[in-house]
Design a protein around this ligand. Structure first.
Ligand code: KG4
Ligand code: ZN
Length: 341
């Protein structure tokens, strides 16, 4: 299948053309960071206006780079949720119009499923089912049990902040630019992860829940203390990062003991983090469970992952080009087959 992917759930205006859910013929992303940076976070109204201004050109650009016309595609895949409603609406309206005009199937993809299937893009070694996905982004931190492309459920999630949110908020405390994850990652390279013992969220025995707001608050109080004022920012960044990574790997390890997983996938924007990748690979070595990490380019938001998910989910995410609506709270579990009465 040759699919056009459209992703506008947050602040990246992204389009892609993907063959068979794994070969990327075009990958276009217009990063809006410059528009949001001065506010220290994403401003939803600005994001949706930027999508509106950029999306048509991004679609044309993807088709041109793939050297294809709309008529040559087998379908259009769009992120239908979750995300910022004003942003989602722009992508969904555009995908509906394209699908309707070209009379092509329309696939409504869950953004989080997209992150999981990013691990299948341009990789020879694909995850085998069932696999466990550690999905860590700006809006979500969860562990997902994946039996097949259409059968998956969340086994653990954060009680409060997402891991990416903790990175962004902590970066702000350190006076680093937005988005904070990459900035902390870079700064931490010259720091000592054992310099400051920030608290790790402890879960009850056998529990899988996680929490990241405590680490962020601990950094805040530390920076206000005498020791904090004297500390090297590199050490604070590395120690904070180590605390987040420890919690994520601890819960991953606990979850992995619950089922005979044949692979573990690390995905979402925070999967780009170098310390987390290193810890994830070390854990894989220890447990013998093969680790699958998307190429860096496909860790953060992109449209290729949306096409990759649609390719594998097929009929389960087929939508009506006249009636599809964006859903900022799109449920994670796909509806089961409709039972005949
Ligand atoms: O998946 P994503 O692009 O968008 C959402 O769906 O949220 O994730 C964005 C998040 C941001 O919080 C950003 O700071 C974080 O991913 N991030 C990182 C790194 N690169 C991006 N966090 C830690 N280290 C990184 N290298
Ligand atoms: Zn995302």
């Amino acid at each position: 299948m040759l699919l056009l992917g459209i992703e506008t759930s947050c602040d990246d205006t992204a389009t892609a053309v993907v063959r068979d859910g794994r070969i990327v013929l075009a990958d276009v992303s217009t990063n809006q960071d410059a528009f949001h940076a001065k506010f220290g976070g994403i401003v939803p109204e600005i994001a949706s206006r930027q999508h509106l201004a950029l999306l048509s050109a991004a679609v044309a650009d993807a088709l041109e780079r793939a050297e294809l016309s709309l008529a040559m595609l087998d379908g259009i895949a769009v992120t239908a949720g979750p995300g910022l409603v004003g942003s989602l609406v722009i992508g969904v309206a555009s995908a509906k119009a394209l699908a309707f005009a070209a009379q092509k199937p329309l696939y409504a993809v869950n953004h989080l499923h997209g992150h999981i299937f990013a691990a299948f893009i341009e990789r020879d070694a694909e995850p085998e089912y069932p696999f466990l996905a550690l999905l860590v982004s700006g809006g979500h931190s969860q562990l997902v049990h994946v039996d097949s492309p259409v059968a998956m459920h969340v086994v653990a999630r954060t009680r409060d902040d997402a891991a990416g949110e903790a990175f962004d908020k902590t970066a702000r405390l350190l006076g680093l630019p937005f988005p904070g994850g990459p900035a902390i990652d870079r700064l931490a390279r010259d720091g000592d992860p054992a310099a400051i013992a920030f608290p790790r969220h402890r879960a009850e025995r056998d529990a899988l829940d996680m929490s990241f707001s405590g680490i962020k608050t601990a950094v805040k109080y530390f920076l206000e203390s005498d020791a904090g004022r004297a500390a090297r920012p590199q050490d604070v960044a590395a120690s904070f990062q180590a605390a987040v990574v420890d919690v994520l790997i601890d819960r991953l390890d606990r979850a992995a003991r619950r089922a005979p997983y044949r692979a573990a996938v690390l995905s979402g924007g925070v999967a780009a983090n170098s310390a987390l990748q290193a810890a994830f690979l070390a854990w894989s070595e220890r447990t013998g469970i093969p680790a699958r990490i998307p190429h860096l380019r496909y860790c953060t938001d992109n449209a290729a992952m949306i096409a990759a998910a649609a390719d594998r989910q097929g009929a389960a995410v087929l939508a009506d080009a006249r009636t599809l609506t964006a859903n900022p709270n799109l449920p994670f579990v796909l509806p089961g087959p409709v039972q005949a009465v």
